[in-house]
Design a protein. Structure first.
Length: 520
């Protein structure tokens, strides 16, 4: 083996050049490894925050709705201007004990009389019989578990007593699932348990067994698929109503389908949600699709003209290229990027905040304007935004142009800055109309019940089941958004829908065309 020293040049100048070259190489490798370490440390801090920290962006002591970020910047400015600190005395106050809310009047009252024995209804002093002069009344709330009953449909038969012919039988009203033991009430109960209360069907199967009813989960799932087919005419009318309004929210989330042609059971499919319609007649629609491709929103929004509020996913870009469609960005997503950047700093550096805290504070200024505009008319909201939000947007743009080249793009703060920069044209569009929202939270709120249910039942067995779930979620969440109690509405729909034969009859059953108080 040749000694490495024998390979070194004997010339001193060549040796110096070699040392300089090695030093440069070492500095480059050190910088690269330090960058990798910093990136991995950020990822570790972010994962720890997601695993053990609060999932909500609004929480005390950790930038909550970014109040601490504002204090980090504003407090320093105020302290510098105010000079020495002064003690503020807060006057004492008396906190009222919260009063018990009365029980609702619509709940049935069952009177239980607690009377004294007859031998005690005499005066202990002179023996005279006591006279009732009043009563003390208190109320308790009682719950009786689900009552199960059997509906016996009796249809009389009639025949001519002379010729013994012409037998007639009273007709059976149209049923949601013909030749099934499931009544509209039972179907509404199962659908409410699964899609409102997020109960997996195997749990519902066990609950029914406790009442002596043996219905397998496969049968329950089959019922849900058939109900999805039953309400299809309502889905078509709801989509027409949704696309007729010029403001629409859209988002998507994962769903797993076990039996899907061409895909493995562990692969991901997607549930797409759209929320729109006039504020007084909102519509929420879910649609299942095996892919997340940009062709999906193009298909779902075919013929739509108006504003589409969405996140930064590039799949929506194809819709934005269509004539008459304007894409609006989501400030909540931009805000979340900076919140994650602060979490990635770790506990020691979180107090410093840096550019991430500055970004949070600036974005929160826009949300303060929106809070002030709550309850205003669209015209008044537009004027307020022009007076207060537009100058804030100009300030954010100036700050962004300064911060962008100063922060490495591979860091979480750099990614937040680049997201804000890339989405900027879509983010500033909301100030052009007082009806437009600042973020896509309406779609995220609409999709949350599905996400909660997915965490319980984990997957759909088949494509038909996923499509049925999408339709039933659509009908239930639209009903809730229009003030309906889900079970009452579904019971009414499953009773009346089988007999509907005209467009007018179907339209009369839509959630916004029914008075919630009229349903029993």
């Amino acid at each position: 083996m040749i000694n490495e020293a024998q390979r070194l040049p004997d010339d001193i100048h060549a040796l110096k050049a070699l040392v300089v070259s090695l030093q440069t190489q070492l500095a480059e490798e050190t910088s690269h490894y330090r960058s990798q370490i910093a990136h991995l440390r950020e990822q570790l801090n972010l994962l720890l925050a997601k695993r053990y920290g609060r999932s909500s962006e609004k929480h005390p002591g950790q930038l909550g709705l970014f109040d601490e970020a504002e204090q980090t910047i504003e407090q320093a400015t105020q302290e510098a201007a105010a000079g020495p600190s002064h003690t503020t005395v807060i006057p004492a106050h008396t906190r009222k004990k919260p009063a018990r809310q009365p029980l609702p009047d619509h709940i049935e009252r069952h009177e239980v009389l607690h009377d004294m024995p007859e031998k005690e209804k005499f005066c202990p002093h002179d023996g005279q019989a006591l006279v009732r002069i009043g009563e003390e009344v208190s109320e308790q709330l009682d719950v009786i578990p689900a009552q199960v009953r059997v509906l016996r449909h009796i249809r009389p038969k009639y025949a001519c007593p002379c010729c013994k012919e012409g037998v007639k039988t009273a007709p059976m009203p149209p049923q949601p699932l013909p030749k099934s033991i499931a009544s509209p009430g039972l179907l509404a109960h199962v659908a409410t348990a699964k899609y409102v209360d997020s109960l997996p069907l195997y749990r519902l199967e066990a609950i029914l067994q406790r009442s002596g009813i043996r219905i397998g989960r496969a049968t329950l799932a089959h019922w849900m698929v058939k109900l999805g087919e039953l309400i299809l005419p309502l889905m078509n009318l709801l989509r027409d109503h949704l696309l007729a309004y010029d403001i629409l929210h859209m988002d998507e989330t994962r769903v797993r389908v076990l039996k899907e042609e061409g895909k493995s059971p562990t692969s991901q499919s997607y549930m797409w949600v759209q929320r729109g319609g006039p504020p007084s007649r909102p519509v929420i629609l879910f649609d299942y699709d095996p892919t997340r491709a940009g062709a999906v929103p193009v298909r779902l929004l075919d013929g739509y003209v108006g504003h589409l509020v969405c996140d930064g996913y590039e799949g929506y870009a194809l819709v934005g290229r269509q004539a008459g469609v304007v894409l609006l960005g989501c400030w909540a997503h931009a805000r979340r990027k900076f919140d994650e950047a602060i979490k990635a700093l770790g506990r020691q550096d979180k107090a410093k905040g840096g550019r991430a805290a500055e970004g949070l504070a600036l974005i929160q200024g826009l949300y303060r304007v929106e809070k002030s505009a709550k309850g205003m008319s669209p015209q008044a909201r537009y004027q307020l935004r022009q007076a207060q939000a537009v100058p804030l947007l100009e300030e954010i743009r100036t700050w962004l142009d300064t911060a962008l080249p100063q922060v490495p793009p591979q860091t979480t703060t750099g990614k937040a800055l680049h997201y804000l920069h890339n989405q900027w044209p879509k983010l500033i569009g909301y100030v052009a109309d007082g009806r437009l929202p600042i973020d896509n939270n309406a779609a995220e709120r609409a999709i949350r019940p599905f996400v909660i249910g997915r965490n319980n039942w984990m997957f759909s067995h088949s494509v038909a089941g996923a499509e049925a779930s999408a339709r039933l979620y659509s009908l239930i969440l639209t009903a809730k958004a229009n003030g309906h109690e889900p079970y009452r509405y579904l019971r009414h729909i499953f009773t009346e829908l089988p007999a509907a034969t005209s467009v007018e009859a179907f339209e009369a059953l839509l959630p916004y065309n029914l008075d919630p108080a009229s349903l029993v």
